[in-house]
Design a protein around this ligand. Structure first.
Ligand SMILES: NC(=O)c1ccc[n+]([C@@H]2O[C@H](COP(=O)([O-])OP(=O)(O)OC[C@H]3O[C@@H](n4cnc5c(N)ncnc54)[C@H](O)[C@@H]3O)[C@@H](O)[C@H]2O)c1
Ligand SMILES: N[C@@H](CCO)C(=O)O
Ligand code: NA
Length: 451
């Protein structure tokens, strides 16, 4: 029976890129050949591997050396399934579009491309009657896109919060557990091979923003591109911020937050929108995302009927990412054998993407203030004038000697946690506080999530 299912003309698989992910995909395609054939119902034949440079020693890979080619454009014209693991926008985009035009279904791990040109690629897939799958593009091995795109298609997703960048999670975790500063923790991440020589895309939040755009598009049936995502990286996170979080029994995480908001418009009518943002935030250690250590990823989903769901695992690395790629290859290959297609683009809801200032957030603010009468009232007024409600205030007196002040003047350290308010109002409050002559320094400002 198994043999009968796996018989028939092989499906031709072309691999574009043979780097970290591509070499794992190639190896797994060869080593798991029989199982993959049985699962698909037809053999999968690797017909070519496009590489940038010919002549590199790739003898560690169990593939026929004649499969390597530098002519990716030609390779995509003779495949049933094209796997794109080159990365970047071009030539990946043109190669994918050409592959579709020549009738191939496409599997990609390319978050940057999907976040920039997802709708155009979906349109090309629809036009040519082929599939587009990209589970590996968000949170590597973790099955998260298919659960949102398919398993939760009957529910209403309200919120998706993810730790979707392993490098930054590693850096923040080290800052938390060792008290290291940002620069020192990044150096360690580089030494261990987590952070790249140029870690900009990770530490500045571009990688997470692309992933947030993809998650929000699928969760809210709305087009969200990477450049619509509010983005703050972790380069400004200080040891003082991490310490402030510890004192609240929280940890600092770089979060990708995709949220559907339902508000009442000026005309009294309900209006829905989506807020999509990437920034560092304090989150309680007891929250499922608070315990995500090292370079692991996790995505927390809240849906109306399903309630809270948590997805956890490896978001990067050759084999973990190849696991997601191969899962997609099997899915699109099964459609080739049995007929049918995977889901196309679902953007019917077309909700507005809200500006960051409209997002409802909570702030944790630490201030050094002069310890004299009326200071608390002044601080409270700054919040009230911006219509921001305070949840808690904690005050600690630091005497002059400890504070290093000449003359032994005392000062106080204030920690204020707000209720949720529009982000613009909170930012305006921080500006107003910094202007007060009794405020010596705003020592830490951090958003708070997950209560
Ligand atoms: N590495 C990970 O852990 C990981 C995780 C999830 C997703 N991804 C995504 O997977 C993709 C590949 O990532 P990677 O880590 O394997 O990158 P990589 O740099 O290790 O590999 C990319 C390979 O593509 C080759 N290449 C570039 N241009 C080419 C061309 N025109 N034709 C043929 N080959 C070409 C490069 O020489 C390189 O070997 C990216 O989109 C990345 O975002 C990677
Ligand atoms: N640079 C990414 C790789 C996975 O996309 C990370 O650190 O998570
Ligand atoms: Na994934």
């Amino acid at each position: 029976m198994q043999q009968e299912q796996a018989s028939g003309a092989p499906l031709r698989v072309a691999l574009l890129g043979c780097g970290v992910v591509g070499s794992s995909v190639a190896r797994m395609l060869v080593e798991h050949r029989d199982d993959l054939a049985a699962r698909v119902g037809r053999p999968l034949e690797l017909v070519g591997i496009a590489v940038r440079r010919a002549g590199r020693d790739r003898s560690d890979l169990p593939v026929d050396p004649s499969l390597f080619t530098t002519d990716a454009a030609e390779l995509v014209t003779r495949a049933d399934v094209v796997v794109e693991v080159i990365g970047g926008i071009e030539p990946a985009r043109s190669l994918i579009e050409s592959a579709m035009k020549h009738g191939a279904s496409v599997v990609s791990a390319n978050k940057a491309l999907l976040a920039e040109a997802g709708p155009a690629l979906y349109a090309a897939a629809a036009e040519h009657g082929v599939d587009l799958y990209y589970e590996a593009a968000v949170a590597g091995a973790i099955p998260i896109l298919r659960p949102i795109r398919e398993s939760l298609a009957g529910d209403e997703v309200r919120k998706v919060i993810g730790i979707v960048n392993g490098t930054t999670n590693y850096v923040l975790d080290k800052m938390d557990t060792t008290g290291q500063g940002f620069a020192e923790a990044v150096e360690q991440a580089q030494a261990l091979g987590y952070a790249e020589a140029d870690p900009t895309a990770d530490v500045e939040g571009f990688d997470a923003a692309a992933k947030a755009a993809i998650l929000a598009s699928l969760a809210f049936h709305t087009r969200v591109s990477g450049d619509q995502v509010y983005r703050e990286g972790i380069t400004e996170v200080s040891a003082a911020d991490v310490q402030a979080a510890r004192e609240m029994d929280c940890v600092v995480k770089l979060l990708a937050i995709c949220e559907r908001t339902d508000t009442t418009g000026p005309d009294g009518q309900p209006t829905a929108g989506v807020s999509v943002r990437v920034h560092p935030a304090m989150i309680p250690r007891s929250h499922p995302l608070g315990g995500v250590r090292d370079a692991f990823n996790a995505v927390f989903v809240e849906a109306d009927a399903a309630g809270q769901l948590m997805f956890y695992g490896k978001g990067a690395g050759g084999d973990p990412t190849a696991s997601a790629v191969l899962g997609d290859v099997v899915a699109v290959a099964r459609h080739r054998v049995g007929g049918g297609h995977g889901p196309g683009e679902s953007a019917y809801a077309d909700l507005p993407v809200l500006a960051m200032g409209q997002a409802l957030t909570r702030y944790h603010i630490s201030l050094d203030v002069a310890d004299r009468p009326g200071v608390l009232a002044q601080v409270a007024t700054a919040f009230a004038q911006n219509h921001v409600s305070i949840e808690t205030v904690r005050q600690q007196i630091v005497d002059g000697d400890d504070a290093g002040d000449a003359g032994g003047a005392t000062r106080a350290h204030l920690v204020v946690v707000t209720h949720s308010a529009p982000d613009a109002a909170l930012a305006a409050t921080v500006e107003a506080l910094a202007e007060l002559d009794t405020v010596r320094e705003v020592t830490s400002v951090m958003r708070v999530e997950g209560d």
